[in-house]
Design a protein. Structure first.
Length: 239
């Protein structure tokens, strides 16, 4: 799908996205996101220990309704800034509603394309992304174009994404679950996007292959942590 189609799809979903996302995954994605937040905070603490006097800028890519941005904002120094970036204006409006209710003022929403980040080289200490990489993998441009732009602007990159289990039995059950949840149930909520959504999960590379891609575009160190038999994975990349 092109950028406009993705933005339109998520604009349409924005009012019910949180409910649909968590209910259709039976809460599993809540646990997975907590792992992303945990690993991101570990990296953040390393950055803070090395830069005691500098303000830290965190870039939450494909931020959506802001679950990652808001959960990080709760736990970081109030002088540090989170840039919440997404292509969907509708999703960012929901983010703004949520963080205003909670009283945070260190989150800045940005509407932008990841292939053309409006940021200077090395201006971001830490970038995070949850469940956005697979859309980039099937995006308008080569996947490496997006990753190189992240590499240009960010020193660390922590990514959470669905992956490909190695165990054939687990893989079969996982695909069966995805087909039922996304194709059948998903047609009730986002029939204009459910088949594309399913395709992005099926085509996204496994954990080892993604590590190799991240190293090939210029990251110096990449480690990863599999979640639930490899159904999802957190990759931590260092420039």
């Amino acid at each position: 799908m092109n950028l406009k189609e993705i933005a339109w799809a998520f604009d349409k979903l924005s009012n019910i996205y949180d409910l649909v996302s968590y209910s259709m995954s039976f809460g599993v994605t809540i646990y997975w996101r907590k792992q992303l937040i945990r690993h991101s905070l570990n990296v953040y603490n390393i950055i803070k220990s090395q830069n005691t006097e500098k303000k830290v800028y965190i870039l939450d890519l494909c931020s959506g309704t802001g679950d990652i941005a808001i959960n990080l904002a709760k736990r970081i120094d109030k002088n540090d800034i989170i840039l919440a970036l997404d292509v969907s204006v509708g999703m960012l409006r929901k983010l703004i509603e949520k963080y205003k209710k909670l009283g945070y003022n260190n989150i800045i929403p940005i509407v932008a394309d990841i292939s053309k980040l409006p940021l200077k080289n090395d201006s971001i200490s830490l970038a995070t992304m949850s469940f956005g990489a697979r859309s980039l993998y099937e995006g308008e441009k080569n996947f490496e174009v997006y990753l190189k732009e992240i590499l240009r602007t960010c020193k660390y990159y922590v990514n959470l994404e669905t992956s490909q289990p190695y165990n054939p039995v687990i893989k079969f059950l996982y695909y069966l679950y995805l087909y039922f949840i996304i194709i059948i149930l998903g047609s009730l909520f986002f029939r204009h996007y459910n088949r594309e959504y399913f395709k992005t999960i099926m085509k996204f590379p496994d954990a080892k292959t993604l590590k190799e891609i991240l190293l090939s575009i210029g990251f110096k160190e990449v480690e990863y942590y599999k979640l639930m038999f490899g159904m999802a994975c957190v990759h931590i990349s260092k420039k």
